[in-house]
Design a binder for this molecule. Structure first.
Ligand SMILES: *[C@@H]1O[C@H](CO)[C@@H](O)[C@H](O)[C@H]1NC(C)=O
Ligand SMILES: *[C@@H]1O[C@H](CO)[C@@H](O)[C@H](O)[C@H]1NC(C)=O
Ligand SMILES: *[C@@H]1O[C@H](CO)[C@@H](O)[C@H](O)[C@H]1NC(C)=O
Ligand SMILES: *[C@@H]1O[C@H](CO)[C@@H](O)[C@H](O)[C@H]1NC(C)=O
Length: 217
């Protein structure tokens, strides 16, 4: 086998492994959202982990009921749940809860990539576009979860106009562990094995291709 082929196979494997070790769909969603905002000349928003954790709690309030999360008669958790359950479950100091200036919520049975969820599920009309580009927001947090690690998959983005380092402050600087699901801003991997098959697949395919090259197939 030629040197070039080896280099190709090796880089393929490295790419797969890296994708696997930085596997957080909520972080990816915020990255997609911010690059879309800046392309539209709106400011990039600070990714606040306390707010991200609360976005994941917000999803959990639907208890897996996809119908209630979307469409014209979408429900909202009652306002008091932020202080009563979401903040305490995350370890966010209740006194630092900031105003919510917008939300984007979607749910469907099939898992899609964060960029597809952004453009096909969360942003779907002029109102959701207006929320996306609003100048009221200063920070953002995203949560992604399947119920019990499986279908249906919920995606939630919460916006706030709080100041990034003094709102949604985490007690001791770390969020309480959340299972299942992923949230943004925490600089963590989130490879819930039950929920996120895609990167294991790319690794498996990488290995398979490498093997077939090695065996000269
Ligand atoms: C931003 O996202 C919206 C909704 O998906 C899309 O219509 C628009 O083309 C995107 N803008 C850029 C610059 O990608
Ligand atoms: C921005 O905030 C103002 C005042 O709270 C409100 O009237 C307006 O509707 C908000 N804009 C958007 C796009 O949400
Ligand atoms: C933040 O948003 C809330 C609700 O929209 C509004 O009442 C408040 O004045 C805003 N605060 C700042 C600092 O813009
Ligand atoms: C918040 O961040 C700003 C800018 O980084 C800084 O000037 C300010 O001192 C910080 N405030 C607190 C309470 O840490």
């Amino acid at each position: 086998m030629s040197v070039i082929t080896w280099i190709l196979v090796a880089s393929l494997l490295i790419v797969s492994v890296q994708a696997d070790s930085k596997n957080n769909p909520a972080d990816e969603l915020v990255a997609v959202l911010n690059s879309n905002r800046t392309a539209h000349k709106s400011s990039a928003l600070a990714d606040n982990p306390g707010l991200g954790c609360i976005a994941l709690q917000y999803i959990k309030a639907y208890q897996g009921d996809c119908k209630e999360a979307g469409g014209a008669d979408a429900k909202k958790p009652i306002e008091s749940s932020f202080a009563d359950t979401f903040a305490p479950n995350c370890g966010v100091e209740v006194s630092t809860l900031g105003p919510i200036t917008g939300r984007l919520l979607g749910c469907q049975s099939k898992y899609v990539s964060p960029s597809e969820a952004f453009s096909n599920l969360l942003i779907y009309d002029s109102m959701t576009l207006e929320i996306l580009y609003s100048k009221n927001h200063t920070e953002v947090g995203a949560g992604v979860s399947g119920s019990d690690g499986g279908s249906p998959y919920f995606w939630c983005v919460l916006f706030s106009n709080g100041s990034a380092n003094s709102s949604f402050v985490l007690d001791g600087g770390v969020a309480k562990t959340q299972r299942p699901g992923c949230f943004s801003g925490n600089n963590d991997d989130c490879s819930d094995a039950n929920a996120w098959h895609s990167s294991s697949w790319s690794l498996a395919i990488g290995v398979l291709i490498a093997l077939s090259y090695t065996l000269g197939l």
